[in-house]
Design a protein around this ligand. Structure first.
Ligand SMILES: C[S@@+](CC[C@H](N)C(=O)[O-])C[C@H]1O[C@@H](n2cnc3c(N)ncnc32)[C@H](O)[C@@H]1O
Length: 215
């Protein structure tokens, strides 16, 4: 299990049915089952080849009826009554497409690899509540995690938080923002036109977030 997956699993909570959508290797479902975080797990992947890795890993749980395996696009064959759904390691646009084609899960843990802002915007537009919106550093790379639920209280976000989340500015979010700032300043030097305006806007948002470090 990689450090990223261990950190990701720390966001899971005790539930009856846990769904791991786009499970690939199946390590997250294995963690949930082994640590009694769920009574039952559903593993799914759009690729039969990927799903077969998880089926091999979880064969004993499948045999005992504690794990069900389905090959499908997103949430297509996942019952909406699953209490907690993890979707990790895909692009944000793919996660949004999955929700559009089906539903927003009751409770979710999402780890989009990119387009995190778009995922936040989509969830908020749909009236979902984002309860945790953090970033963590694993093996030199930053990963965003969004936890929340369908319905609930629509969360409020500033424009800077929509872009960069609500992580710990004195922790990994601060590190991420400083790294971003340095990249953006490099890009700015050679940018022109609309892209220069966009980069400047991002730099302002980062500056606004980093102000919180000294508060
Ligand atoms: C990079 S792996 C991530 C695996 C695991 N969730 C993780 O975070 O380590 C992405 C997985 O998502 C699957 N996938 C991509 N798009 C999907 C979709 N629309 N529905 C279901 N699975 C999908 C891929 O086949 C692949 O196994």
């Amino acid at each position: 299990m990689t450090d990223r997956i261990k950190k990701l699993c720390s966001y899971l909570f005790k539930c009856t049915v846990f769904a791991d959508v786009g499970c690939d290797h199946g390590y997250c479902a294995q963690y949930a089952l082994e640590n009694s975080l769920c009574k039952k797990a559903v593993i799914s992947d759009v690729s039969e080849k990927c799903l077969s890795k998880a089926e091999r890993l979880l064969k004993d749980y499948i045999r005992d009826g504690r794990c069900r395996s389905v090959c499908c696009y997103g949430l297509e064959k996942i019952d909406p009554s699953a209490e907690l759904t993890l979707i990790a390691g895909m692009g944000g646009e793919e996660i949004i497409s999955i929700f559009r084609a089906a539903y927003i899960p009751q409770n979710f843990v999402l780890q989009p690899m990119k387009n995190v802002r778009e995922v936040r915007e989509y969830l908020l537009e749909q009236g979902a509540e984002i309860t945790r919106d953090e970033v963590f550093l694993s093996c030199g790379k930053y990963y965003f995690v969004l936890c929340g639920r369908r319905g609930g209280n629509k969360s409020s976000y500033t424009p800077a938080q929509l872009q960069y989340g609500k992580g710990d500015i004195k922790g990994d979010l601060g590190g991420f923002l400083r790294a971003e700032l340095s990249k953006k300043l490099d890009y700015l030097a050679s940018a022109s036109g609309d892209s220069k305006i966009r980069i400047k806007k991002d730099i302002d948002l980062i500056g606004e977030m980093l102000k919180g470090e000294s508060d």
